[in-house]
Design a binder for this molecule. Structure first.
Ligand code: PMP
Length: 412
């Protein structure tokens, strides 16, 4: 994989070579994406859709070509099913509000899972509060997989929507979304997939999955910040009301009332992030030029290599060890403390590990990773999380492991 396309990897941190293992939080950007942003502002910046002049038409076609590129990238039937948002959080909030207005009433139920990111919990909690509906979560089994039998038991005539993460941002584990979608659809229940951690790491095809909605962020897939996507099946999007009002999303505005624009503009109030969409399309080009097969194989090899190195260190506990993962590993370190009477295990605080790694130039994430319910169920204050991107290599992992051993020695 091409490290030289990512200038930031040459930065030095605290006098050390940067080892960037925080890709699940945000990925770095290839030069093509950075150049696209500069190109847009240098050559064709202009507000889109409304202008008859040349620059506006160029900007409009770049934005709409990007929409088509996203549609093809995730296998959507039509670019009308692609709504540009600010990111996954924005996509899920938009859906929760719009779907909630149309389809949720008192006593209705929405199902998420016990390992969700806060952005796939809180918007549904807010909706349930507004509508006096009920939010249920699929519990986790001992091995941290979803309890599908419990999920089957939850599905009923009251269930109106299921929304689950494809890949856990804490554990890296891949959820059985095909089965979840099949079971939900058998009861006529639509399914939203939080693809924030899957779309950057594997081919996700919405038609093959048959999911009803998919949310993801540009900045985690080598694109810019401030752009994301809400995919929705046309038949659903047509039934949903807009979640925001303003310019672009209207057909006509009269004092007597407003009629709304057609798809997808009905859900894109205000000036869209057309520079972001263009730069995102360049990130998609970058991924496609390397190819999913190569990217997936590379990241799988890195994950397995790292997991093997980690598990050889005394006291390391890897969560969901040996389960297939998409570029994310969470762990903690427990040390034995001996007193004259007992031996007890104590946790090396993830924050201390993260700080000592940072001092050695290694960027990892520590804490609850915006998934407090999951972290609570693990019975720890947080974890240390390493996460990979296509530019990481085995040298990064060797540097991380060496730095981790030093950190453990200093803390023990
Ligand atoms: N869901 C998951 C699974 C995530 O990992 C994240 C980002 N950590 C989000 C949602 C939220 O993404 P964003 O902050 O880009 O809106």
């Amino acid at each position: 994989m091409k490290r030289e396309d990512f200038a930031i990897l040459k930065e030095r941190v605290h006098g050390r070579e940067l080892v960037y293992l925080d890709n699940a939080a945000t990925s770095q950007k290839p030069q093509a994406v950075i150049d696209a942003i500069s190109e847009a502002y240098t050559h064709w910046n202009s507000n889109i859709h409304r202008g008859v002049h040349h620059l506006s038409q160029v900007a409009t076609s770049k934005h709409e070509e990007a929409r088509q590129k996203v549609a093809d990238f995730i296998g959507a039937k039509s670019s009308d099913e692609i709504i540009f948002t600010k990111g996954t959080t924005d996509s899920l909030n938009a859906l929760a509000f719009s779907f909630g207005e149309a389809f949720i009433g008192e006593g209705d139920e929405i199902i998420v899972s016990g390992l969700e990111h806060h952005s796939n919990i809180v918007p549904w909690q807010m909706l349930c509060e507004r509508k006096k509906a009920v939010l249920r979560h699929i519990p986790l089994r001992e091995d941290l997989s979803l309890d599908i039998e419990a999920f089957k038991g939850f599905l009923s005539a009251r269930t109106k929507l299921v929304s689950v993460a494809h890949v856990s941002n804490v554990l890296g584990t891949i959820q059985p979304i095909e089965e979840i979608i099949r079971l939900a659809h058998a009861q006529g229940v639509p399914v939203c997939i939080d693809g924030a951690q899957s779309v950057p790491h594997m081919q996700v095809n919405v038609q093959a999955l048959d999911c009803d909605f998919l949310a993801f962020s540009g900045h985690k897939m080598y694109g810019p910040t401030g752009i994301g996507v809400l995919y929705g099946k046309r038949e659903w999007l047509e039934k949903l009301p807009p979640h925001e009002g303003g310019g672009e999303m209207i057909n006509h505005v009269r004092w007597s009332g407003t009629t709304y624009n057609e798809l997808p503009y009905k859900f894109e109030a205000g000036t869209p992030n057309f520079v972001g969409s263009y730069a995102l399309s360049k990130a998609i080009d970058y991924i496609q030029a390397l190819g999913w097969e190569a990217i997936e194989a590379h990241e799988r090899e890195l994950t397995e290599y790292c997991e093997a190195q980690l598990s050889a260190i005394e006291g390391v506990h890897i969560y969901a060890e040996h389960q297939p993962k998409a570029g994310v590993i969470s762990f903690n370190i427990f040390t034995n403390h001996q007193s004259p009477i007992t031996t007890h295990q104590s946790l090396l605080h993830p924050f201390d590990i993260g700080t000592l790694l940072d001092q050695q130039g290694v960027a990892v994430r520590t804490g609850h990773h915006c998934a407090e319910p999951l972290i609570d169920s693990l019975g720890v204050p947080g974890t240390v999380r390493v996460s990979f991107g296509l530019y990481n290599d085995k040298a990064d992992i060797d540097a991380f492991i060496a730095a981790l051993k030093k950190a453990i020695m200093m803390l023990s």
